[in-house]
Each structure stands twice: as C-alpha cells, then as structure tokens.
Write a protein that binds this ligand. Structure first.
Ligand SMILES: [Zn+2]
Length: 174
C-alpha cells in the first residue's frame, strides 16, 4: 500500500556539543553503531540527539475548527492547531491537553487519534506532530501563551495557515 510520507525536508541545524554535561570534560566525536556522536572520553557519556515531538488537538464544532494565531516566527500571524512540544516523561495526550489550555483557555478531553505527521518544517520545529481529536469540556475561549487569538473557523473559510502539518490535517495541502 502506498502511504504518503512527510512532504517537508529535514533541514534543521544540529547543535554543537562541546562539553560533557555530566563531568565537564571536552567531548570528542566517536563512531557508535556507524554514526558520529559527541562522546566523553572521561565518563563515557554519549550525546544522542533525540527527535522533538509535538502534540496538537483538532477540535471541531458545528463544522468549524478551533485555530490559534501565532505570535512567534516562523509564520507569525498565521493560524494553526493548538499545539506544543511534549515534555520529557510527559504523556503526549497530557501535552496536547496542557497546550490547548495554555493557548485557548479551553479544557478538553482526547477522543481519538487523527494522524502522526513526520518532518521538521523549521529548525526549531518538531520532527513529528501527534494530532488528537478532542472535545471541549470546560473553560472559556481566551488566547494565551504563544497565541494572541483563538477562534473557530469554518473549513470553507480558513485563515492563512502556518504549517504544512496544519494544512494536511485540515485537508488543505498545497
Ligand atoms: Zn563526562
């Protein structure tokens, strides 16, 4: 079965690791399982760059979808699903609920999985976005955190969208 892959290229800049965060020694590049990694010659700590994971919510009411307007670049002023990074040790569903509350003031419950979209769209972006379907259970609609507006839009009349992932979820890929 042909399954579409992420449409975006991976062009993030790798961070330069110079010192071991465990013991402070200068690290050296070392080949481990065929890949170069910064490694500590003193305590043998190895830096593995982990993927960044984001979680988003798709909330629909009466044919409209809840979007937030970004206050940060990239795509400042464009609209996206309520979303944010999953913290280490955090359940991605909890992250999606937390980010939605921070950005929209709405309390939601997760009701399903919409998609997992791979591909980092900018160097500070996520490598994958887990998109959950959610329902509002409480709260008052008020933008916050890294959004300055939160509003429902009919799918037939969407504002400028921020990310390919947003467009894919909303079926508006260009
Ligand atoms: Zn060390």
């Amino acid at each position: 079965m042909a399954f579409p892959k992420a449409v975006v290229v991976n062009h993030h800049e790798r961070p330069v690791i110079r010192f071991c965060p465990m013991c402070g020694s200068a690290v050296e590049e070392k080949t481990i399982y065929g890949e170069l990694h910064p490694a500590c010659p003193n305590c043998h700590w190895v830096h593995y760059e982990d993927p960044k994971v984001a979680a988003a919510v798709l909330i629909q009411q009466n044919g409209s979808v809840l979007l937030t307007r970004r206050i940060f670049e990239p795509h400042k002023g464009a609209w996206t699903l309520p979303a944010g990074f999953v913290n280490a040790y955090e359940d991605p569903q909890d992250a999606a609920i937390r980010e939605c509350l921070e950005e929209t003031g709405l309390i939601v419950k997760i009701t399903g999985l919409v998609d997992v979209i791979g591909g980092r769209e900018h160097h500070r972006g996520a490598d994958m976005v887990i998109v959950y379907r959610a329902e509002v259970t409480g709260g008052l609609l008020k933008a916050g955190d890294d959004a300055d507006e939160a509003a429902y839009f009919p799918l037939s009349d969407l504002p400028p969208l921020a990310f390919q992932a947003t467009k894919k979820v909303l079926g508006k890929m260009d």
